[in-house]
Design a protein around this ligand. Structure first.
Ligand code: E4P
Length: 228
């Protein structure tokens, strides 16, 4: 299956660009990310769905403080947005309760705001399809986000759980690299990091050199110059 790349943004221009150029599997949002767009949230989500199509994953976070509210929000979002939708639910007790209820109803769940492997394990047992450890936020409190990812991967193996790690909260490419080496199944990154994953000055230099060498001999003629 390979690495699953998701874009952590609600910005339509960034989403269009990433989906045009990169092998994206979906988009993740959270209330902070949506609020940055500063307009009607349902319009934003519907437009994202339109851009990425019905089949790509769209992860949208519930805001309710009780399981009852979270379930209500999940059903509302499912009606309003549709397609391949994942409801993001924080790993608080009411959230775990909501996950169990929504699982019964056949909805897809991403457990979020994860800082420890035990939170991820319980969420997966409760029915989460993805669990989202916040790598950079863990690093920022002198923990190791990558270690938490590695532990979750190991626990899911130990208990033969199908849930996948959706590592989140990245600030640099090295964190993504280490998460990938640790067996993280998927990452959600912002547009800047998505670009940075591919960028290397020597790649650009090499590409320019190929063109320069070609043009010295063939001038402006393209590789396809004799294609009729
Ligand atoms: C993940 O679910 C969150 O949306 C996000 O990745 C958190 O990232 P941040 O720590 O950069 O806010």
């Amino acid at each position: 299956m390979g690495m699953i790349y998701l874009l952590d943004t609600a910005n339509l221009e960034q989403i269009k660009k990433a989906f045009e150029f990169y092998p994206m599997s979906g988009v993740t949002t959270n209330p902070t990310i949506i609020s940055k767009e500063n307009r009607n949230f349902l319009d934003i989500l519907k437009e994202i769905r339109e851009v990425i199509g019905e089949d790509k994953m769209l992860h949208v976070q519930a805001l309710g403080a009780t399981a009852e509210e979270i379930v209500k929000e999940a059903e509302y979002l499912s009606q309003a947005i549709g397609g391949n939708l994942y409801i993001k639910i924080p790993v608080i007790p009411e959230g775990i309760k909501a996950m169990m209820i929504l699982k019964q109803k056949g909805m897809k769940i991403t457990a979020t705001a994860i800082f420890t492997a035990q939170q991820a394990l319980m969420a997966a047992v409760a029915g989460a399809d993805f669990v989202a450890p916040y790598v950079n936020r863990i690093d920022n409190i002198s923990g190791s986000g990558v270690d938490v990812v590695a532990q979750i991967v190991q626990l899911f193996e130990n208990y033969a759980l199908d849930a996948k790690v959706l590592a989140a909260s990245f600030k640099n490419v090295q964190q993504v690299q280490e998460v990938a080496l640790a067996g993280g199944h998927s990452v959600t990154v912002n547009a800047e990091i998505m670009d940075a994953l591919l960028t290397h000055p020597l790649t650009d230099w090499s590409v320019n050199q190929f063109i320069t060498d070609w043009e010295k001999v063939y001038g402006a003629k393209k590789l396809t110059y004799d294609v009729k």
